[in-house]
Design a protein around this ligand. Sequence first.
Ligand code: NAD
Length: 696
Amino acid sequence: MSSASYSLHGPVAVITLDNPPVNGLGLAVRQAIVAGIDAAAADPAVQAVVLIGNERFFSGGADVREFGTPKAMQEPTLLTVIATVERSAKPVIAAISGVCMGGGLELALGCHFRIARSDATVALPEVKLGLLPGAGGTQRLPRVVGLETALNMIVSGAQVPAAQLKATALFDEVVDSELLPAALALANKVVQEGRGLPRVRDRKVNEPNAEAFLQFARNTVGAMSKHFPAPLKCLEAVAAAANKPFDEGQKIEREGFLALMQTPESRALRHVFAAERAASKISDVSADTPVRAIVKVGVIGAGTMGGGIAMNFLNAGIPVVMLETKAEALERGIGTIRKNYENSLKKGKLTQDKLDARMALLQPTLDYADLSDVDLVIEAVFEDMGVKQQVFEKLDSVCKPGAILASNTSTLDLNQIASFTKRPQDVVGLHFFSPANVMRLLEVVRGDATAQDVLATSMALAKTIKKQAVVSGVCDGFIGNRMVARYGQAAHDLIVAGALPQQVDKALEKFGFAMGPFRMGDLAGLDIGWAIRKRRNAENPAEAKPNVADALCEAGRFGQKTGSGWYRYIPGNRVAQPDPVVEEVIVAFRAAHGVTPRQISDEEIIERCVYALVNEGARIVEEGIAQRASDVDIVYLNGYGFPLHRGGPMLYADQVGLVNVERALKRFAAEPGADVAFWTPAALLSRLAAANETFN
Ligand code: NAD
């Protein structure tokens, strides 16, 4: 069992944490530390104890594998371990290299002395999970690094290099040499010099203007964390370190921790933390599936998406061959990439050297022969099956065996695209979101024939280019766009029923969306949806649905780019102004369709729009398009601006209670004139609601 080992180095006992991958403080480790301190106490030959991890991790904090299990709370808890260390009659020295985070840092703060390598990093990241450090971190850290530094660290959760804290009382020594010998030397020194058993808890927070600083900090932190209670709770705990005795402060910290544990915001953040890890796993592809080496990439199409996609690889140091059919399109595309980098240069986010290095990795071409040695090619040409066919037939004929052939299509059938090649096993969807160099989400679309190692390679590649990958099966719109279509439809039907775009937007923005659906439509351009509707209506006239936006588009109102859409815009200003003309268009639409408008509450707006997402998400899970409900949350949080503090549509539904969601859907379906198919609860939702279960 991995835990910690105990060894003797002359008069110094060394406890070495050994719990891969991050030296998490699981039960066995906690037991082993207490056992080590006890053994050292019982051995008259031992005069001091060194607590050390490995080169990469002193300790990453709590063992996430124990979250939600009885082991997490079982004695010795971390508080007990820290008390044991602190009360040891022989000095305990924490020797820190690599990452020292959360409970790891709290443990080190309970030791009598601390030595660190200068390249170690320390952090109290609990706030990122909507919590505060619950094992004395908020009380001890300010006592050694000062109020302001501690508060910044605890409220941001940021990792700070040990070198930066060298001058503080957090470290007795910061070294560049090998850690264990330096720690043993320090241990011998503190014994010989009789430096006793200094405890951080006995120090005072050194800050003459504590109250003034804290008041200023309250205002700033409050304004920055409006949807999240944790940062202010962190602040109050740190404040207690400054103005209350240690034990009282520790009590305030404990109460804050327990209160935050129960908040929906913390639940949401912890859900997202686990969901992101789960999303990278594919149930039927084992973790040890070999991946294909990707050292050179091709991108077809230098338009909006092609350019952004290429930048991801250039940023990661991977050479890109970019192909277009016409020289001027190619030049325009390369120019846009350069301009993007130049903007980063101006903002100080990139150096000229790096800019040059990235551009040097980019090889523009008009010739397919230049793709003969790429390991992966991503197609981002027009969204037209005929064009995709030409491109994939060509790729099939020039690319080397084993090259992965990917499409960035948003709506087209990936299986059909794969059928244009003689190697459908090598074809996968890599659906980036716009702007592709910025947005973190990547839908990895799995075709019927996509090989396991192609999927494994795609997931690994996502990590290389810092994307959050989620696997989706093949369907119209995949996970995200299929859901957003439902959301858009629900919002549209609300304005037909009696609301105005500004009311719908405001209600959803108050719920936490960064932008309501109509403002979002104006930003993206209403012409895109118009073109899709026209195509679909032509393909399937029986299913054609009239849309208020058609009249806007016919009048040339495409959104921000034309100065008007659902709103109007003053030139040079992106602020959406409600427009009486739009109201007239809506009124005419209602009259033409025999709708008598009614009053609609903000609550109904949120229920209809969000439950439309939940219901479609449930269908997506039920059909196996998404592997798990939490994948749906990750897609919607990362690609569509769903409020993070609500943890995604599926977790939100869990928190509301699936029974309540189902009842609302049934109510909407039963209304006169309702779109019954749209509002009928998904079978999965009804089944879970009946069993009083949740999606997650
Ligand atoms: P775009 O019109 O900006 O760019 C397409 C580019 O492909 C153009 O530069 C064009 O010259 C080039 N091209 C066309 N036919 C070609 C061919 N046969 N060979 C080589 N180059 C060719 O389009 P876009 O917005 O970048 O979209 C590209 C693809 O990405 C589409 O499949 C689209 O559905 C998908 N997509 C777009 C978005 C988005 O928000 N724009 C998001 C996700 C996915």
